[in-house]
Design a protein around this ligand. Sequence first.
Ligand code: NAD
Length: 364
Amino acid sequence: MRVAVPKETGAGERRVALVPDSVGRLTAAGFSIVVERGAGTAAGFADADYAAAGADVVDRGKLLAGAQAVVRVTGPAAEEVAELPPGIVLAGFLSPLSDTAGIERLTERGVVAFAMESIPRITRAQSMDALSSQSTVAGYKAVVAAADRLPRLFPLLMTAAGTVAPAKVLVLGAGVAGLQAIATARRLGAIVSGFDVRPAVREQVESLGASFLDLGIQGAETSGGYAAELTPDEQARQQAALEEQIPEFDVVITTALVPGRPAPKLIPAAAVEKMRPGSVIVDLAAETGGNCELTDPGSEVERHGVTIVGLTDFPSRTPYHASQLYSRNVTALLLHLAPGGELALDFEDEITGGACVTRPKVTA
Ligand code: NAD
């Protein structure tokens, strides 16, 4: 199977879907890989490294010739969909729950599309779990961004000029991103607290050396391991409890999500008002509306003296390792869809069927 890797076209996107290391692996497994010139440059991977790993490096106009699959980080723009040969396989973050127009275009074009976010989170598919790999990067980067903006130091320092008290960090939502944020803030020396509505998480938070913030709220966990949405009454109680506790903290990192729903509002404007000037909120849920009422998705604002970071591209801001991890996820998916480099799609398979979001209709 010949797999094409375009240079990403999304605004500000620096990642690339396959890195040279994966090209070597796939080539050895029977694939042929063609990479658009400059595709990896922004992430730190040179054309020469792709060529050395066995890829053909070509100009955009020649990329799709003979290709049976295209792998990307984010979905193709409308004009790129129009260039895709019908029947071609496409894999990437395709936002199947929110980008209905994009999915419709792919359906009309007859593309066999696999959304990385739709890969079932079962043990067998762990190596393909790009939501987790990118959340890990985002959780780390959110803490680094907060440390950079905070006018205080993170660690306890005892110096000849006196003692510096450590920063206090609160992480709301302790899934993949939240746990990485907790671990990173701990490594930087902060005193860290974590909270999640899923009761099972307490132990994981504590095992990272953080304390579990008791808000007196406990939600349900779905069979898939995700949080169920809180009732309006529980949400109001959570907001009130946080409003009381939040002024204690210098940094709040929020990562709370409920699949298929807008991000739960955890931090009301009144709570931001009570924080100390110079405090920082990094809202990793900004893309689905944000966990803080005052977050401006995609940008960074100051409200009541508090910096609120609503950037939605943290993985792309760490493009080398975000690409490396994503590339391993994509490689595992390709090896699943085309063992030995021969496409063999079995839509009865839980991974193949679950991740496929569009395919040509079979007429009887
Ligand atoms: P997510 O991104 O959907 O949500 C992030 C966190 O927000 C979750 O921990 C959730 O409980 C929490 N949350 C939701 N509403 C909240 C609220 N009102 N207040 C506070 N927190 C709230 O979740 P995720 O990070 O993708 O992972 C969720 C679970 O799935 C975890 O248990 C994780 O270990 C599990 N998981 C399993 C696999 C696998 O088995 N292959 C892979 C990845 C993740």
